[in-house]
Design a protein around this ligand. Structure first.
Ligand SMILES: Cc1cc2nc3c(=O)[nH]c(=O)nc-3n(C[C@H](O)[C@H](O)[C@H](O)COP(=O)(O)OP(=O)(O)OC[C@H]3O[C@@H](n4cnc5c(N)ncnc54)[C@H](O)[C@@H]3O)c2cc1C
Length: 385
């Protein structure tokens, strides 16, 4: 990827934002198991950071996707994974389909205020019955008068407690099979019939996660994104940006875990020398740094191809898979080198170990990524997913 001065300026702006507006508060937000998303998003909106890739007509900056990835990588300087994830859900997971396929009226009503930081969005795909098998979602949206009437439940929804709107995947028909009977619908979260329940997690604590319940929730039919029956397809497209965001936003956090571990093991003495002077430690850290660089190269290549209009399903799945696995490897190896200090709660390395564990599960588990890659390789047995 060729970085321009504009990319570098963006990187500086986001890094400064992380250092001044996020990191001083993250310990408190982690303890509270939430962060003030409306306040933080408004500040990001004022800096023009919530709509980098979206059309200027709707308040965006009209830049290509490479700028979103520079922002994702810079957000990785945050002292936790939860806040960058919550921002990514808003910028790269619940808005791409709306921006690409929503009507102008729908974009003015939901995209523009989300880019300005006045509204917080969430993405409702996963359900209590399962998240990996997206085609099997059970939530329904049935036409009645001029509305859709929505019934069902969504699980693990990031920003779910505070979101003002949800990009919801629901079955709008019984016909056409599981890939053609679904639609994406924008649901205002203050609609009567919606209840939300907080989910407590082992990591990503500053990001709020909720189960959402929809009981005869009425939404005007004009809230449909694009055509009926295209929801599964739109969501698969939306996943590409989600997976690339996941990979890019992990890179700097993993580098930081290595930096912190080098500093700590250099100072810490055992058996008359620095821990870092043990070959097992400096070799392992050198190896892991190499792996992070390899993941960076893979991610940049996928982004470059995406920007040039190519299908990057395979490369984005590879980047997401590698990121999940490497995140576990780096944080686990480093935690070990911190000894007992690594096993304490208020340590950035143990926080990264808990936060990074999600990457192999959320947004498509490692095994789902392997299935997609195998499909492209032509090695997946027929009928398997
Ligand atoms: C903190 C957090 C935030 C999240 N945020 C959101 C959000 O904002 N919006 C949203 O819609 N969802 C969100 N999710 C849901 C997430 O995408 C799902 O958890 C994920 O897709 C896995 O679904 P599941 O948990 O139902 O696991 P299941 O589908 O039950 O799968 C369980 C395990 O089975 C294995 N597995 C699955 N499929 C296969 C296969 N084909 N072959 C072999 N093994 C397989 C994997 O190891 C997988 O981890 C979030 C999840 C978490 C934990």
């Amino acid at each position: 990827m060729q970085f321009t001065d504009q990319h570098r300026q963006l990187d500086d702006t986001v890094t400064r934002f992380v250092q001044q507006e996020l990191n001083p508060y993250i310990d408190a937000w982690e303890k509270a198991e939430e962060f003030p998303s409306h306040e933080v998003f408004k500040k990001l909106g004022k800096l023009g950071l919530l709509g980098l890739k979206y059309p200027e007509e709707f308040g965006g900056a009209g830049l290509d996707f490479s700028y979103s990835m520079v922002m994702a990588e810079a957000l990785g300087a945050a002292d936790c994974g939860g806040v960058p994830m919550a921002i990514g859900v808003h910028t790269d997971m619940c808005t791409p389909a709306l921006a690409r396929f929503g009507t102008d009226a729908l974009r003015r009503e939901f995209l523009t205020p989300s880019i300005d930081g006045d509204l917080v969005g969430c993405l409702g795909v996963s359900e209590p019955g399962g998240g990996s098998d997206v085609a099997a979602v059970k939530t329904t949206a049935r036409k009645q008068g001029g509305d859709y009437v929505i019934n069902g439940s969504k699980m693990w929804i990031t920003n779910g407690l505070k979101a003002d709107w949800c990009c919801l995947l629901a079955n709008t028909s019984d016909e056409g099979g599981p890939h053609k009977n679904k639609s994406l619908i924008i649901v205002p979260m203050d609609a009567p019939g919606i209840t939300r329940q907080k989910i407590h997690k082992i990591g990503m604590n500053s990001s709020d996660t909720a189960q959402l319940f929809f009981d005869n929730v009425r939404v005007p039919q004009r809230h449909l994104i694009g055509q009926e029956g295209m929801g599964f397809m739109f969501q698969m497209m939306q996943f590409q940006e989600e997976r690339l965001f996941g990979a890019a936003s992990s890179l700097r956090g993993l580098d930081k875990v290595i930096d912190l571990t080098i500093a700590y093991t250099r100072e810490r003495k055992a058996f008359g020398k620095s821990l870092l002077d043990n070959q097992v430690q400096h070799f392992r850290l050198a190896e892991l740094r190499t792996e992070i660089e390899a993941l960076r190269a893979l991610t940049y290549r996928a982004v470059e191809m995406y920007v040039s209009g190519k299908d990057v399903t395979k490369l984005a799945s590879m980047a997401k898979l590698k990121c999940g696995r490497l995140g576990r490897e780096v944080t686990d190896a480093c935690l070990q080198f911190w000894g007992g200090m690594g096993y304490t709660m208020d340590n950035l390395v143990s926080r990264a170990w808990r936060d990074q564990r999600l990457v192999s599960i959320g947004g498509g588990a490692d095994e789902v990524m392997l299935g997609i890659i195998a499909k492209f390789e032509g090695t997946l047995p027929k009928g398997q997913h």
